[in-house]
Design a protein around this ligand. Sequence first.
Ligand code: KG4
Ligand code: ZN
Length: 357
Amino acid sequence: MIILGIETSCDETAASVVKDGREILSHVVASSAQMHIETGGIIPERAAREQVKSIIPVIEKALKDGLSWNGQKAPPIDAIAVTYGPGLVGSLLVGIETARTLSYLWNKPVTQVNHLAAHIYATFIHKVQNSKFGIQNQTEPKLPAITLVVSGGHTDLVLLKNHGGMLWIGGTRDDAAGEAFDKTARLLGLPYPGGPAIATAAEKLKIKNGKWKIRLPRPMMDEENYDFSFSGLKTAVNREIAKLKKENLWNESFVDQMAHEIQESITDVLVAKTLKAVEQYKVHALLLAGGVAANQRLREKFQQKISEADLSLDFRVAPPWLCTDNASYIASYAEYNYHPVSWKDLSPNPSLTITQV
Ligand code: KG4
Ligand code: ZN
């Protein structure tokens, strides 16, 4: 099938055309991130207003880039896929109302997509047309697989038994991994989004070959469950900053050290618990997904531990630009989990969880 994907759950407005769930024909992402940098985070109403402005040009560009379409009649697509949750309600509505109108106007089926479950399908995409970004994997990952979905609002460990069959085995009890990056970055005076900012600061320390004195906790790392808790990290960072300031020791160089240790702490916990799940469920594939999967250190650490433990594990993670929010994995998910609904029945579900279809 040729599917037009539409994604507007947070601050991105994205549209993609994807063939057979694996081949990207076009990929367009407009972000209001610059605006949120100025405010230090997302203001939901401002995000939705920006999306209202960009949704039609973004979809038009995706259709023109990916298909030979002159813009007059209905485009040559088989279906429309749109994110219906989780996310910000105003933002979700922009995508849903657009998809509803296009489905009616073009007389094309529409399928609603769970954004979190869809993140996983970035690892199924293996071809990009007309692009400098090549994707190496030529085969699909074999299921069952353990999947770790780490995004700004969610951290979930899931056993993906087959398409549509997911078993949730653990997740965060408080802050998500991305949220921990974002909140601790803010404490350090680094810009939003915090993940890339912390990664860049941590890299500076590596370049300078710095010696670090700060040690942060690895919350719940050795507990016999698959749950996570990252809110204590924020408190620990706050305490360290206060201590250094009291001793008049706080200076710029501590920002890089702290960033390094925050990244080490979050990635240590994610890797340890995920690999424990891989062993217990005896799967042959591990799929890493969500915005935090763009983190280079996390990817390296998984690769290193897998090779050290000599696990014959098929480890898949998409290129960073496919890990953060976009519409290509929305369309890919829809191919593998195709449940068209009437345009009349589309409605947003801001608090959807990963296993809800
Ligand atoms: O999946 P995503 O793009 O949006 C949501 O669905 O939430 O994830 C956004 C999250 C943010 O918390 C951001 O700080 C984090 O992903 N992130 C990263 C990196 N790039 C984005 N975290 C760590 N390292 C990165 N390179
Ligand atoms: Zn996301």
